[in-house]
Design a protein around this ligand. Structure first.
Ligand SMILES: C[S@@+](CC[C@H](N)C(=O)[O-])C[C@H]1O[C@@H](n2cnc3c(N)ncnc32)[C@H](O)[C@@H]1O
Length: 297
């Protein structure tokens, strides 16, 4: 791992360890906080059954939880204290499975603490947490084409190597599998002094992608089907941080992408015959679903 990547990992790890262990555990800005109106009712209902500590240490910016996931294997990248993992645990049911990956011991310790309690509450045990980097899921033991759905909530912006994150997602998804993630996007390429600033990084602003940067990665890697499911402004509500980012505007977006069958990493034909779609999702043709804008195909 090169020095720049290591430095950013350490900076982000420190940031979230401090948040997790300090009393109120609150982020300094409002950017990385979920607009409650964007949470579907079934998810909201399950959230209300989760332990208080998990909810006060939740740092997501959207609701990247697709419907109709019963029986699926779901991987949550940067699961933090496990809020979305436990929601998905109930939704996939006892025949499904959820794996949360995070690099931060303090966050994972909170997530692990509630495993037995949540298994008793739901009536089954289908959750596993693993320590690892989202840029290297192989090291966390996530095999090729082993996952039906990858979710992630306000994490990819924190990665110093987004190309590897998306290529790992392609590797672990089954053909026809779904990537569903929420993240903060910037309205332009974020300049170096902002993208390396520890406070801005930790607040999910420094490392945000612009739409162009995101589209370039998707194109390079052969992700042909993706759509913005929802998008809303991310107000910062902190004068010091507003001064630092100047006139950059941020949005929180939830994006759904499909791993097209028969394409390998970086878009090269895989040579493998396309297997049937792994999950019985309703066929969502690009641009046809939801209310959001669309950057696809
Ligand atoms: C903003 S928090 C979101 C946590 C969780 N998804 C939630 O909604 O509460 C970001 C999380 O991503 C983790 N993270 C950031 N970069 C990571 C990386 N490169 N590999 C693994 N985990 C990472 C952090 O440790 C932290 O738990």
């Amino acid at each position: 791992m090169d020095d720049r990547i290591q430095q950013i990992h350490e900076s982000v790890k420190d940031y979230y360890s401090r948040l997790t262990t300090q009393k109120d555990g609150e982020l300094a800005s409002a950017a990385c906080s979920c607009a409650s109106g964007s949470i579907p009712d079934p998810v909201r209902k399950i959230v209300s059954e989760l332990p208080e500590e998990i909810l006060t240490r939740y740092y997501g910016c959207g609701s990247p939880i697709p419907d109709k996931i019963e029986g699926c294997t779901v991987l949550d990248l940067g699961c933090g204290t496990g809020r979305d993992v436990y929601v998905v645990s109930k939704l996939v049911g006892e025949n499904g499975r959820v794996i949360g990956v995070d690099m931060n011991d303090d966050q994972l310790a909170v997530a692990e603490k509630y495993k037995d309690e949540m298994a008793r509450k739901w009536g089954f045990s289908n959750v596993e947490f693993r320590k690892g980097f989202i840029e290297d899921l192989a090291s966390a033991g996530i095999g090729d084409a082993s996952v039906d759905v990858v979710i992630s909530n306000c994490v990819i912006n924190l990665s110093p190597d987004k190309e590897s994150v998306f290529s790992e997602i392609r590797r672990v998804l089954k053909d026809g599998g779904i990537l569903y993630f929420s993240d903060i996007f910037a309205d332009r390429k974020v300049p170096e002094e902002i993208s390396t600033h520890p406070l801005l990084l930790g607040e999910c602003l420094g490392g945000s992608m612009s739409h162009d940067e995101f589209r370039e990665i998707m194109k390079r890697q052969g992700w042909r089907l993706y759509a913005v499911v929802s998008s809303h402004d991310s107000p910062i509500n902190n004068e010091e941080i507003e001064k630092l980012v100047g006139d950059i505007r941020y949005t929180s977006e939830t994006i759904r992408a499909v791993k097209s069958p028969g394409r390998g990493a970086h878009g090269a034909p895989s040579g493998q015959p396309a297997r049937p779609i792994a999950v019985p999702y309703p066929q969502q043709s690009c641009c046809s679903s939801g209310s959001g804008s669309c950057n696809c195909c």
